[in-house]
Ligand binder design. Structure first.
Ligand SMILES: [Fe+2]
Length: 218
């Protein structure tokens, strides 16, 4: 059996997954309904600030985004994973719009609660990147993903790949396996993403993990 790039690296970027016209249409929807973006505050070194439309609100106010998440994005994530996937069962976290406005915003190093993720970039004028560790390094560090928080500085000095996704690009990430973070590189501009979490069909979830994840999220 041949190993795919996705299996080797834990990610795959699909440049221009959406046409410029489609990207602009979705991006304009977010701009027109800015008030739906809810501010998430930074909590004592546990997370950085950002803005979010959670899954409940997204289903109500951005049905086109939900349709993409449950349709074309699921299809391509399934193809990369090589397994049947479904949206993560927690409807609030399964689909989100994430929005970053300055360098102090972003996501610290972490593993996702969902096994696989789709990050569809709508805007990225502040040169935001998704930075990933290799699957091998991630495996070494995996035993206590949420205990990684004190070691953010150490992780930043390891060998990483910075994936710069532009407007319309789709990143499929094995987010439950490769440790990653969201890094904004300048104060001007903005980064807006549709973020979707998928799990294997029939996956059993750990209650403790779910409890922690819900507290660390918004
Ligand atoms: Fe993530």
């Amino acid at each position: 059996m041949t190993t795919t790039q996705f299996q080797e690296t834990g990610y795959r970027l699909f440049p221009q997954f959406l046409s410029p016209a489609e990207t602009e249409r979705l991006s304009a929807m977010v701009r027109d309904r800015q008030e739906k973006l809810q501010a998430v505050a930074a909590k004592a070194k546990m997370n950085l600030a950002y803005h979010v439309v959670n899954g409940h609100e997204l289903r109500q106010s951005f049905p086109d985004f939900f349709e993409l998440a449950a349709g074309r994005l699921l299809e391509i994530a399934t193809e990369q994973a090589g397994l049947p996937l479904e949206l993560m069962r927690d409807p609030k976290r399964a689909v989100r719009i994430q929005h970053y406005r300055r360098k102090s915003e972003g996501f610290l190093w972490h593993l996702d609660g969902g096994e696989y993720g789709a990050l569809l970039t709508l805007d990225n004028t502040n040169h935001g990147v998704t930075e990933v560790l290799s699957p091998r390094l991630s495996r070494w560090l995996k035993p206590a993903p949420y205990l990684l928080f004190p070691f953010q500085g150490v992780l930043a000095r390891m060998r990483t790949v910075k994936i710069a996704a532009g407007a319309g690009d789709l990143l499929i990430l094995h987010g439950g396996k490769v440790i990653h973070r969201g890094l904004i590189q300048q104060d001007e501009g903005e980064r807006t993403l549709l973020a979707v979490s998928y799990d294997r069909v029939g996956k059993k979830t750990s209650r403790v993990w779910e409890w922690i994840a819900r507290r660390l999220n918004y």
